[in-house]
Ligand binder design. Structure first.
Ligand code: SF4
Length: 214
């Protein structure tokens, strides 16, 4: 991949400016172990972080670890996670992931992209969150906010999350990846909304292609 020095400098400045506002972003999902984070990440698909935390508060009282969730009844888990939507698929996936981990000799959440993405319901985005948050292994999760903001800023033209991840990985040192993704998600939620971005109040509007174009 050809690396553009101009984009490198632009992303460095965006990262620095966002950091002046957001600093180090803590993970909004409540968890006590890497496995609980994995479950919370699976539950967060199309669900707010606040609702996920309400759900896991109850779910983890009954099923706090790999063993208990691997043996859980599908119906019971469906009922506990129902308010978060997509509950049938999510229940199937989190029980299946727990069973895979229980049956694996290591018996714990793996720390590689390849192994994580073999678990039910875990794609690259979720794996990057788990690696970055639970294990401090740099990753750049690309969700819909990250994609939209980076496109508007002119960092990428792509709609493909894997391509965007690779582009950002090439543009900025790995120590920034996880937090940059968190900051872009917050910025996308708070300021650079899909329908009506609040460009006048945006602290990176001087760096934004979309804004400069008017
Ligand atoms: S200037 Fe507008 S479009 Fe650009 S990042 Fe800020 S809010 Fe988004």
């Amino acid at each position: 991949m050809r690396i553009s020095r101009k984009k490198q400098a632009l992303l460095a400045e965006i990262n620095q400016t966002l950091f002046s506002k957001y600093s180090t972003c803590p993970c909004p999902l409540n968890y006590e172990t890497p496995f609980q984070l994995l479950v919370a990440v699976e539950l967060s698909a199309q669900c707010t972080d606040i609702r996920v935390n309400l759900i896991t508060h109850e779910l983890f009282k009954k099923y706090p670890d790999i063993e208990s969730l691997a043996d859980a009844s599908l119906e019971d888990v469906e009922n506990l996670i129902r308010p978060g939507g997509l509950f049938r698929n999510k229940a199937k996936n989190i029980i299946s992931a727990a069973q895979s981990l229980r049956d694996d000799p290591a018996g714990k959440v793996p720390q590689t992209m390849r192994e994580l993405t073999q678990l039910a319901g875990i794609g690259r985005k979720s794996a990057n969150v788990i690696l970055g948050v639970a294990f401090n292994i740099p990753g750049f999760p690309v969700d819909t906010h990250v994609k939209r903001v980076l496109k508007r800023l002119g960092i990428t033209n792509s709609d493909n999350p894997e391509k965007i991840e690779a582009e950002v990985n090439a543009l900025i040192p790995d120590k920034y990846w996880t937090n940059l993704s968190h900051m872009l998600i917050l910025h996308g939620r708070e300021t650079c909304a899909a329908r009506k971005p609040d460009c006048a109040k945006c602290i990176i509007n001087n760096l934004c292609k979309y804004y400069k174009k008017g």
